[in-house]
Write a protein that binds this ligand. Sequence first.
Ligand code: HEC
Ligand code: HEC
Length: 239
Amino acid sequence: MMKIFFRVSVALNLLLFAFAGCAPEKKKRNDLDGKALLESKCASCHNLDIPPETYPEEKAPPMMAVAFHIYDFIEVDTPAEKIPASIAFVKDYVFSPSYEKSFCDKKSLEDYGLMPSQKGKLSEAELDAVAIYMFEHYNRENFLRVMKERQILRDMDPGERVARKYGCTSCHGVTQKKMGPALRAIAKRYKDDEKQIKRSILSGTKDRWEEANHARMPAFKTLNDEELDSVTSWILEQK
Ligand code: HEC
Ligand code: HEC
């Protein structure tokens, strides 16, 4: 099944734009939390990440692959029926799996073994919520969004990546002060004193900046040298 899934994923990349705007409409048939249920009832076998993690000894195909695979292979007359039919397939399959119904190829089915019926592990209403959530969550839009975010992170200056990682940007805008002073102001004040920047990051500060109104800059003791160097250079570039 893995092999097929990956071929499907490659094809997906090409189809992404064609499918944009085709995300399932949000609908809640009950108050159950499909995401939480998916995590508690299915994650012991299916990896839930977007894009999926795969392991050599995995117990089941990743859930994103399952959802994309069903969506692609389910046979319907009109595109509008795709999501409802996919949801119906999941609801049927999870309680009554069988070799005949499975969309997996024979080889993968042999490798994974048939999914054990989950009847009794969750109620019908809970399964309904899980199935709805699956197709709201595992769709092209979300996949594309995650891949874009990753690309943005990859293209980002390493110092900015450190600042994001430690939440510096939640208190410091580049040009705007938030709880802490703007990075541009910091860069101007310390353009010849990089050491002070590093000291303050590692040990925290208070009352050096009037505009901070006595708010304290917390100490970030866990930055390693490389992170400290790159975030400091990035701050200094903001002048
Ligand atoms: C005990 C492990 C296990 C658990 C728990 C489990 N699954 Fe599976 N699931 C599998 C395996 C193995 C397969 C692949 C073989 C197959 O298709 O039957 C699979 C396949 C599937 C398929 C794909 C069938 C196809 O034709 O491609 C769906 C849909 C599915 N699981 C949904 C779920 C949902 C939803 C949950 C949580 C409510 C869940 N599974 C929990 C092991 C599990
Ligand atoms: C909870 C909010 C908050 C977070 C998170 C935060 N800061 Fe600050 N930062 C402040 C405040 C408030 C000040 C001003 C403190 C003062 O007046 O001395 C400040 C000041 C600074 C200064 C100037 C210190 C000085 O000596 O003048 C630097 C440099 C700085 N922050 C860098 C960072 C970096 C890098 C990170 C992330 C690793 C970070 N900050 C995370 C609130 C924050």
